[in-house]
Ligand binder design. Structure first.
Ligand code: FES
Length: 163
C-alpha cells in the first residue's frame, strides 16, 4: 500500500472511531438527560453578549463557574435576553432556558416566573449534581433584573459601569 493510501486509511479509521465515540457519548447522555436538555445543549438559545444592556449581572455559582446575563427592555417587556458562561453543558442549557423564559416578559413576570424550579421543570428535571446550574441561571437573571431596576432609578450609574 502506498504511503498516501495508508494515510487515507488511517484518517478513515480515525473518523469512524470518532463518530462511534460521539454516538456512544450521546447514548450515555440520553440515559441521564431529557430531550429538551440535549436540544438546548446542542443548540443553545440567546448565548450571546448584548451591548449596552439595561440590566446586567455576573454571578459565580457554588461550583466556581460564572454566568453573565444581559437584558434589554422595550415597551416594559424584556425585548432581548442573552447570557454567557464558562460553566458546563448543563449551565449552558439552564442559561438558554432561563433567557428563553424571560423573553417578552415584564419585569414582574420574569422576576416571579423564572425560578430554578421553573427551569428544572422546563428541562424535564436534572440529576441532583446539576441542580445548582439551574440555581445559577435563575440567580443571574434575578440580579440582572435588580440591576435594571437600579439603573432605572439612578440612570447616571450606567455610564460608570462596564467600560
Ligand atoms: S457545573 Fe458549575 S454551574 Fe454547572
Amino acid at each position: 500500500m502506498s504511503q498516501k493510501k495508508k494515510i487515507n486509511a488511517n484518517n478513515d479509521d480515525f473518523d469512524k472511531y470518532t463518530r462511534e465515540l460521539q454516538e456512544q457519548i450521546l447514548e450515555q447522555i440520553k440515559k441521564k438527560y431529557s430531550e429538551t436538555v440535549i436540544d438546548h445543549w446542542q443548540n443553545p438559545r440567546n448565548h450571546r453578549k448584548i451591548d449596552t444592556p439595561d440590566g446586567y449581572a455576573s454571578v459565580k455559582g457554588s461550583c466556581g463557574d460564572t454566568m453573565e446575563m444581559f437584558i434589554k427592555m422595550g415597551n416594559d417587556k424584556i425585548s432581548e435576553c442573552g447570557f454567557q458562561t464558562d460553566g458546563c453543558g448543563t449551565t449552558i442549557v439552564c442559561g438558554s432556558i432561563a433567557t428563553t423564559l424571560a423573553q417578552d416578559k415584564t419585569f414582574i413576570e420574569a422576576l416571579a416566573g423564572v425560578s430554578a424550579d421553573v427551569i428544572l421543570k422546563r428541562v424535564g428535571g436534572l440529576p441532583a449534581s446539576d441542580v445548582h446550574c439551574a440555581e445559577l441561571a435563575a440567580e443571574t437573571l434575578r440580579r440582572a433584573l435588580a440591576d435594571y431596576l437600579c439603573q432605572k432609578k439612578t440612570p447616571w450609574k450606567k455610564s460608570y459601569k462596564r467600560s
